[in-house]
Design a protein around this ligand. Structure first.
Ligand SMILES: Nc1ncnc2c1ncn2[C@@H]1O[C@H](COP(=O)(O)OP(=O)(O)O)[C@@H](O)[C@H]1O
Ligand SMILES: [Mg+2]
Length: 336
């Protein structure tokens, strides 16, 4: 526990995952955690790659939320990291501590979901990690580069080449076709469009026959798939998505989530996604829980039922702590 996760070979990491499960809600576990950020080839099925729907018979005992242990320094398999990340908005009486000392490593080649109550700092975390907002203090490293003290100009350049972002409201340019929207980051960066890459991304999101449509001629799900393709076409180091399915019906959401997961499993991308839907978070290899600007706990390879149960446990523990300040920490706490 608490070792340098990034430096561990995959096999060790897998064993560690098993060991950690043993410290959670169950004692004796033979987990199905053969996935792991580096090798989830056996979990590509959608809609719920981590297992069955709630109520379905499960093959493994439930794993509870565990504290997040982040090493002092990011290891080599971290694609994005934060250390002591703090973001304070405003001043005086209206001051809000949106992030309050977040330490986290987000794994390369993995789909990470970030959950938490409204106002817990999820969007602020995405924006600080993606260089869309600057932290008040602390460090953000993306693909080995410290970005927290970069100038706006440097950040703009970095975002064009290394970072993809998917917004809840798609944020497509209405006057451009789907193809033009997808190519936009490359056009702005004056980089040539790799036709094979473009075609592969378009195929992966299933937009081959919608390329010449404008956003107003596309459904919400199609528009968000254009936005996903736009985020991925420049082969960024990491893609951040803030509630990418928040405006979508469940079928369109499943298409977008299936694509995001496949972009990790099949194309080797790294994706970090905010969601408040347990069914969406169940697509992730790892789910992080934020509360009051702090990382509260994590779940590895959870099913939807695990996530629902964890949300209940964590919120009950918060209520207990609020009712009895200074009381011994309950499940999911102990990170500080
Ligand atoms: N630009 C801003 N100015 C002032 N307060 C903000 C700003 N952005 C976010 N906040 C506050 O920071 C806290 C975290 O917000 P946010 O990261 O949007 O949470 P979440 O995405 O989890 O709902 C909230 O209390 C929110 O009101
Ligand atoms: Mg938000």
């Amino acid at each position: 526990m608490g070792r340098h996760r990034g430096a561990e070979p995959h096999e060790q990491r897998r064993n560690r995952a098993r060991a950690r499960v043993g410290t959670g809600a169950v004692d004796e576990v033979e987990t199905a955690d053969d996935g792991g950020p580096a090798g989830a080839a056996d979990t590509t099925a959608t809609p719920h790659p981590n297992g069955g729907a709630p109520g379905a018979a499960r093959t493994t005992p439930r794993t509870g939320p565990t504290p997040v242990h982040t090493p002092e320094r990011p290891g080599p398999d971290a694609i994005a990291s934060a250390r002591a990340l703090t973001k304070v908005y405003g001043a005086g009486e209206t001051q809000v501590r949106a992030l309050d000392g977040v330490d986290v490593d987000l794994a390369r080649g993995s789909l990470t979901a970030v959950m938490g109550p409204s106002g817990s700092g999820k969007s602020t975390l995405m924006h600080c990690l993606a260089g869309l907002d600057s932290p008040t203090s602390g460090s953000v490293i993306v693909d080995g580069v410290e970005i927290s003290r970069m100038s706006q100009r440097q950040l703009t350049k970095l975002r064009r080449t290394r970072i993809g972002f998917v917004f809840q409201a798609y944020n497509l340019v209405p006057t451009l076709t789907a193809a033009e929207n997808i190519r936009l980051p490359l056009d702005i960066a004056r980089k040539p469009v790799d036709k094979a890459r473009f075609d592969a991304v378009v195929r992966a999101v299933g937009l081959e026959d919608r390329l010449h449509h404008r956003p107003s001629e596309l459904s919400g799900g199609q528009q968000q798939r254009v936005a996903c393709a736009r985020a991925l076409v420049a082969e960024p180091s990491v893609v951040f998505a803030d509630e990418p399915t928040g405006n979508l019906d469940s079928r369109s959401a499943a298409e977008v989530l299936g694509f995001l997961r496949r972009s990790v499993d099949d194309l080797g991308h790294s994706v970090v996604m905010v969601t408040h839907e347990p069914s969406a978070a169940a697509y992730a290899h790892r789910v992080l829980f934020l509360a009051d600007g702090r990382l509260e706990a994590e779940l590895l390879h959870p099913e939807e039922g695990d996530i629902l149960a964890a949300i209940g446990e964590l919120s009950a523990a918060r209520e207990r702590r609020q009712a009895a300040p200074g009381a011994t920490a309950a499940a999911g706490d102990g990170t500080r």
